[in-house]
Every structure is written in C-alpha cells, then in structure tokens.
Ligand binder design. Structure first.
Ligand SMILES: [Mn+2]
Length: 330
C-alpha cells in the first residue's frame, strides 16, 4: 500500500501525532528554505498542541534563514544523545540517509513519521504524508496543521511562506501549483508580512554580492549569434569584493535570461587551480551531458562541474560543447 498523492490527511499520521507527547522533528541535511521553514512551522504547531518538540538539524540553519521565528530552538545532532521520543517526524527528506548526522537518532525512535513531496522518496515512514504533486513540503505541513485544527499564527505563516516560495523559485517554477497560491492567500489572511518576507528571502543581496555580480557582468560574452552566453569570475574578483562562493549563484540566472539566450554558463574560480562551471539551458537544449563529460552532472536544463586547469582553456572546452549541442538539437 502506498500513501503517494493522498490529498486527505492520512489517519495514521494524525493519530500518531496526537498520541505522542515527545516528538523529534528533523529536516533534511544541509536544509534549504522548504526543509527548515516546514520543520519550524510544524514544530510551532505541535508546541501549540502542548507537545514537547525537539527540532534537530544535521547542519546549521543557513544564515539567510536565521531571521525566521523559532530558529533559536534548532539544535544539532549531538544534543540528541540519550534523548527519548515517542515519535520522530522527517520533513522534506526522500530517504532516511538524507537526515545526515540525525539519521541514527531518528532510527532509534520507534515511530517514524514522514512528510515529503519528492518523487524519489522511499516511503520509509511507519505513517506518512507523501504527495509528489505538492509544490513544497510546506504545502503538506500547512494541510497537516489545518487537519490538526491548530490556528495558523503570523510566525507559522512566515515559516510556511519561506518553505513554499523558496521551493517554487518565488512561484516561478513549473512545479508551482494552484494550491501553493491558495495556501499563500490563506497565510496573508493569517498575518503574513508578505512584502517584508519576500524582500528578505528573494530580493535583498549583500553589497559584496552586488559587486561580484557587477564584475561577472563586465565579462558578459555572447557567442553563437547570442544563442549562448558566458561570464567568468576569477580568484581576484572574490578577493576584491569580499564575496563568498555562494554569492556567485545568482549570476547564472541573469545569464540564462538574457534575451535570445538558449544556453549559458558561469565559469567561476574562487581558488586558483580549479574552475567550476554552472550551466543552464532552455528546452530542448541539454547541458547535463556537457557537465557529465567534464566530470559533473545535474539536470537537463541546470548542471555543473568542476575542472582542474587554466580558465581560458576550460572555457574553450565548454564553448565547443555548447556549439555542438546547438548543432545536434537543430
Ligand atoms: Mn522541498
């Protein structure tokens, strides 16, 4: 029996949560906005029901999500040593190993509950709500909070908005469902500070990142008549701006959205000697094969790889591969 794509609340999950007094909540390792936002909202709701809840994350909450209400309660895996729980809930994790260093403590609990929306999930939970059509784990957590009859407050709304808006690339991805919009409409009615949250999660950038992006855009180089475009970042660019590696990622989104572009890459080299490539394409063009040939991987329209060597020579290889892909797909 499978609970995939259940739209109604699974009785076994509601029952287990109602009976449990002490509950462990775990997002997946290296938590993203969906994992941490969903886990925080679920924790707050269970606490409102009078449960004693421990929210444990294998990795620290990323700095950009630390402003979310409740993150001060998140503990690391070590604090779980010797603790006992009536039930453990995993959030946004497709398999147990995704819980990272929390996995062994999760396994030690007798009742495993699972909330997930990944098509690749292994249905490991004893009771679960797995809906592969949900736009985010946060959509399922919202349904669950409603099914448990817990009123949604502004703090829960902020966490659920974080979950849903980040997993849908701010409601721009094809995975964005009508339900995602309906839930956010409800969250606005529950006191969600929409503009403030949208700004913090999707618009604000540190000065160092803007300066790094400016340097990358200085190197903008369309080729193949503008069907392809590239930009590069060198170790000097990171040193001069004080930007971090993760500040590079916004550049590729600008490149692939250049008018007329079908494929784009950013070659970035935060440290001398290695060059990382972030590749993007528009259908039907495939950049995953290009990345794989260079020792990386990814999806058809978004892939990456890391190569040793000199920047210009590495870029020449990717240029040639993109030109071949343009030819092949014609
Ligand atoms: Mn997710």
């Amino acid at each position: 029996m499978t609970t995939r794509n259940e739209s109604a609340a699974p009785e076994a999950l509601l029952d287990a949560l109602q009976k449990a007094q002490t509950i462990l909540v775990c997002p997946h390792a290296l938590p993203d906005g969906d994992a941490i936002g969903s886990a925080l909202a679920l924790t707050a709701a269970l606490e409102k029901m009078g449960k004693r809840v421990t929210l444990a994350s294998a990795d620290p909450v990323p700095p950009e999500f630390l402003f979310l209400p409740g993150t001060e309660k998140v503990v690391g895996p070590d604090t779980l040593e010797g603790a006992r729980f009536d039930a453990a809930v995993s959030v946004d994790a497709s398999r147990l190993s995704r819980l990272g260093a929390c996995e062994k403590y999760f396994r030690a609990v007798h009742m495993h509950l699972q909330i997930d929306h990944h098509a690749t999930n292994t249905l490991f939970g004893h009771a679960r709500w797995v809906d592969v059509h949900a736009a985010a784990a946060g959509c399922i957590v919202y349904r669950l909070i409603r099914a448990l009859n817990v009123p949604v407050d502004a703090d829960m709304a902020a966490c659920l908005y974080c979950a849903i808006s980040t997993d849908t690339s701010n409601f721009l991805s094809n995975g964005t469902t009508g339900e995602a919009f309906r839930i956010v409409a409800e969250l606005v009615d529950c006191g969600l500070p929409l503009h403030d949250m949208a700004r913090r999660l999707h618009l604000i950038k540190p000065e160092a990142q803007l300066r790094l992006m400016a340097r990358a855009l200085q190197t903008l180089r369309p080729f193949a008549g503008g069907k392809c475009v590239s930009a590069v970042l060198t170790p000097e660019d990171y040193a001069a701006t004080g930007a971090r590696v993760e500040h590079s990622f916004a550049v590729i989104d600008l490149l692939i959205n250049m008018e007329g572009a079908e494929m784009a890459y950013l070659a970035y080299s935060p440290f001398p000697g290695t060059v990382r490539f972030s590749l993007r394409s528009r259908p039907p063009y495939d950049v995953s094969a290009i990345a794989e040939k260079m020792g990386g991987g990814g999806h058809v329209t978004a892939a990456g790889c890391e190569v040793k060597g000199e920047l210009a020579a590495c870029c020449a290889r990717v240029d040639a591969a993109m030109l071949r892909e343009l030819e092949a797909a014609r």
